[in-house]
Ligand binder design. Structure first.
Ligand code: GLV
Ligand code: MN
Ligand code: MN
Length: 419
């Protein structure tokens, strides 16, 4: 077989072209960010572009009923179970160019390289992008891959609604990505995803790439707080039932839980979205809502933290005279990636002389869904500026992206030539 080298310039050019879709200028900095919120017009434009690139690369394209889009490259033994790779192209509304697209366009670069060299692997290679990995719009992350791998039922996924009560199913039909293929996948031979790290660790430790050991547990909850709106000037403090103040107390409770150390150094807690009603300068908020995002490497610590949080919420409700109700919107246990595929990846990094180490993912990824149906693993590419992500500053160098996708190619080809 000829030596296969990916074309880093072609990869970066594709990243730039897709990055221009849904691009916006951050007001305060003038930086270019990406807003391709799932199933919006900009997501549709991104999907159409990448689908066209799949077709131009000679792949057989199929779109499933949850909008996951796959491109299949035939193998010498085309009945053999395929090797898969991919990620997502939806973004948070304040995203960057790399979170997701690196894994999709990287997999496409692998296919383009194989095409250029005229190499056919034993097994087929399937690449794809999965619907609403971010969960920013419909509240549940890894939606497409979780449906493909069986954690979420198709009907449940299609019925999810955004803040304007528009459903996933409606939007898929509107943007022309409600396909006919059945979403549930037969287990592939293996799944490998390349993604940016989205954190500071690899760069700070002088590492060129990371081998991902797994993904920590994630728990999302949406709270509704009901109090009583009243005059801000005349209502004595002791008579208030202030729903906004409850959110401040919840934030303090989360901070105390973290600093207590009871849940380990790896616990993270974020209140990312708050609404207040009526949201006026001189009215005590009578109604509020917020989201809570909890992360922990340990499922046991996560379970204890959720229990303490529930008790804390009861206490806050009682103290402030408000009612707090909650709804779990997403929850995934910690996931360990496949030892054998991780070792394959590490061996390829050693052979290429790349400084690397093992790393646990702080963010959720499509590969974690595949870990429940087949051997799955991930390659992390370090980011600049403390690995900032979900932010227009998100940036990984062309050298780092090229190194990560070269390892993706080496790993996929090895897996696709296995018996
Ligand atoms: C995905 O980006 C996550 O929230 O971890
Ligand atoms: Mn991502
Ligand atoms: Mn993300």
């Amino acid at each position: 077989m000829p030596e296969l080298r990916i074309d880093g310039a072609r990869l970066c050019h594709s990243l730039e072209q897709l990055g221009a879709v849904g691009s916006y200028e951050e007001e305060s900095t003038g930086l270019k960010g990406v807003n391709r919120l799932a199933l919006t017009n900009d997501d549709r434009a991104g999907r159409q572009l990448v689908k066209r690139w799949f077709e131009e690369a000679g792949l057989t394209v199929r779109v499933d009923a949850i909008g996951n889009t796959y491109g299949r490259r035939a193998g010498r033994e085309d009945d053999a179970t395929p090797v898969m790779s991919g990620s997502h192209i939806d973004s948070v509304p304040t995203g960057g160019r790399f979170d997701g697209p690196l894994g999709v366009l990287g997999a496409l670069e692998v296919v383009r390289t194989l095409n250029g060299a005229g190499v056919t692997t034993r097994r087929p290679i399937e690449i794809g992008f999965f619907t609403d990995e971010e969960g920013s719009r419909f509240g549940t992350d890894m939606l497409g891959s979780a449906t493909a791998c069986g954690r979420i039922e198709l009907d449940t996924a299609l019925a999810l609604r955004d803040a304007n009560e528009i459903s996933v199913g409606q939007e898929l039909s509107r943007i022309g990505f409600r396909g006919s293929a059945r979403p549930r996948l037969d287990p592939p031979h293996a799944f490998v995803e390349c993604h940016i790290e989205q954190g500071p660790i690899l760069d700070a430790r002088g590492m060129e790439l990371g081998v991902v050991t797994g993904v920590q547990a994630i728990h999302w909850r949406e709270l509704t707080i009901r109090g009583k709106s009243a005059h801000a000037g005349t209502t004595p403090m002791e008579l208030r039932r202030d729903a906004g103040r409850a959110i401040a107390h919840i934030q303090v409770a989360l901070d105390e839980m973290i600093t207590s150390g009871r849940y380990g150094a790896g616990m993270r807690a974020t209140i990312g979205r708050i609404t207040l009603r009526p949201n006026l300068v001189n009215v005590v908020p009578g109604r509020a809502s917020c989201t809570i995002d909890l992360r922990n490497p340990s499922d046991e610590a996560m379970a204890r933290a959720c229990e303490e949080l529930r008790a804390r919420l009861d206490g806050i409700a009682q103290n402030l005279g408000v009612e707090i109700t909650g709804r779990e919107t997403a929850a995934t246990a910690s996931v360990s990636f496949d030892e054998r595929v991780r070792t394959l990846i590490a061996e390829r990094m050693v052979a290429a002389g790349i400084k690397h180490e093992d790393i646990l993912s702080g963010a959720g990824h499509d590969a974690q869904e595949f870990a429940s149906i087949c051997p799955a693993a991930m390659i992390f590419v370090p980011g600049q500026f403390d690995g900032i992500s979900h932010n227009p500053r998100e940036y990984s160098t062309p050298e780092a992206c090229t190194a990560g996708i070269q390892i993706l190619l080496d790993t996929l080809v090895t897996l696709a030539n296995e018996d």
